[in-house]
Design a protein around this ligand. Sequence first.
Ligand code: SF4
Ligand code: SF4
Length: 100
Amino acid sequence: MRRIFPKFKINEDTCTKCLTCQENCPTDAIDIEAEPPEIQKKSCIFCGYCEKACPEGAIETDWKMMRVGSKGNLELYVKELKKAEEQGKFRPYVDYEKII
Ligand code: SF4
Ligand code: SF4
């Protein structure tokens, strides 16, 4: 999935270090205390939750690329989500069937 999707990034100018994203990332991919704050692409499963949860709109990604990358890759995405769940990195909130 890392090859397909663009990285999520934190805008340091607007981030208030409230930790909402870090505390809610299902794979612990976010380190707000790091200098600069970072999102580990290696751990990120590109769920987009942090971008939606940030009250400052400080997390961004290239949504155009995301749409291109996800086209036709939903089955692969779900496969990666299941793998992350088996490894204890991810807890799904919805049925996988509803994603596809
Ligand atoms: S997109 Fe999902 S997995 Fe990636 S950093 Fe954000 S909340 Fe974590
Ligand atoms: S949720 Fe937004 S403002 Fe809060 S720490 Fe994360 S990036 Fe910064």
